[in-house]
Design a protein around this ligand. Sequence first.
Ligand SMILES: Cc1ncc(C[n+]2csc(CCOP(=O)(O)OP(=O)(O)O)c2C)c(N)n1
Ligand SMILES: [Mg+2]
Length: 554
Amino acid sequence: MTGAQILIECLKREGVEVMFGYPGGSVLPIFDKLYDADIKFILTRHEQGAAHAADGYARATGKVGVCLATSGPGATNLVTGIANAYMDSIAMVAITGQVKTHLIGNDAFQEADVTGVTRPITKHNYLVKDAKDLATIVRQAFYIASTGRPGPVLIDIPVDVQQQDIEFIWPEETKIRGYNPTLFGHPGQIKKAAKLIAQSKKPILYAGGGVISAGGYNELKELAEKIQTPVTMTLMGLGGFPGTHELSLGMLGMHGTAYANHAIMESDLIIAVGARFDDRVTGRLDHFAPNAKIIHIDIDPASISKNVKVDVPIVGDVKNALGQLLEEIKTTPHTSDWLKTIESWKKKHPLTYKDDVKIKPQYVIEQIYEATGGEAIITTEVGQNQMWSCQWYKYTNPRTFISSGGLGTMGFGFPAAMGAKLGCPDKTVFDIAGDGSIQMNIQELATCVCNKINVKVAILNNGYLGMVRQWQELFYKKRYSHTCITGPDFVKLAESYGAAGIRVTKKEEVRPAIEKALSTDNTVFIDFHIDPEENVYPMVPAGEAINRMIGGMA
Ligand SMILES: Cc1ncc(C[n+]2csc(CCOP(=O)(O)OP(=O)(O)O)c2C)c(N)n1
Ligand SMILES: [Mg+2]
């Protein structure tokens, strides 16, 4: 078999059903084999779209997302998508073509040192120098991407290796020396954690994306109910615990709820589960949760005590470790006073906005929530649109909220929605977008229409790079330097691609437009002309303690 045939055969054996990508000279042998392979191939209109679509597919399904690009510019166009997956620990395999082995290092046409470029943004990467290593490398790549703390793995394959003829041997086993993720928590640490929990009076569960990637949703819910402890989630953790549950505090951090931020600051015990104490969550570190002991469950030992020193580290798979903890806990803490205090904060300081005749973005999202019965997969772009989507849609199931957390990549949401829809064709998929962000990968409209990928895009059109404008308003004396942004006529643009477009300029048109989009068997752009200077509150100014919120409780 040729290297290209071996690659396709390995992808099939790894269970790959869909892949995203773009052709070019250095991947022609692979594309030739894809011509009659039974893998669905989605030709995007930009390689960045392919990487984000693979990422969205992975987040929605829990499978490995796969993308493919040619050498040089094709590969460098993947870079943002790979970095995005790396920051959010998403299982992805990115395959790139490379110039012929004897030309590597020669500044050959369309040569880029892609393994060099992606080294700091991949969990691992490979340059395949001989086709006889290819099968082993593909197996390892999928194994590394999907086990332990998931992440992107890149395989760079020179053209001559794709053409090389060799015997195909499928490696039955994958063993990688020095790579052995710890799956269960140390029993001694679990005991210590159970003891701390029993003694605490003001515990809080702080859940991150690890709950979702490990499939620990049921265990987290069981634990929260058993120990009657409130749960706050990071952006990546939304959907990891039902947002409608009475123990849910919603999201914490820079744009978190006032009660979540106060609860974590006042707590005497933080049980961190698959979360990494990101700076958007902790705010000013030396003021963070001064009275709390910390238990930290994470599969990645490197993320423990990285930002915040913890008292009881538990290295292990979140689902397993929560299961162990559930078994170990015999005495539950007395939290009724604590829950009462939090309940009063919730009542006094709920998330709010001033309703108006103008269309408020929060209102649009509430209407999307109601119209979809809370059952849609929501993807977002980055900025105010993203934060409002965290605040105003309640996610009750894992893998229903898909957003660029760590990297904050404008242009992520639309291609990610495509990937999610391909992975979950029976679900309604909505990209809640900003008018700036949507213009960063708007070319994927063609991909949607051509492949009948019916995603709905709600553009919260404020005529601004809204989140940056908000910072300029609050911290730069309203000097709106280059944040007023124009766009095309989104309705005409969608129509020109063969998609549908709806413009909404009045509040009473909001719900009917959403209903119309839902009943349209096509990709739909809804252009909501929202109040242009609406802000996201509460807000913790960068570098402040997280209970010092603008628009939160004093
Ligand atoms: C690729 C990229 N470039 C720049 C930024 C910085 N940035 C963060 S939010 C934002 C504004 C986004 O504007 P828009 O998509 O209209 O969303 P809004 O905040 O108005 O809802 C910018 C420029 C980014 N996050 N990503
Ligand atoms: Mg905007």
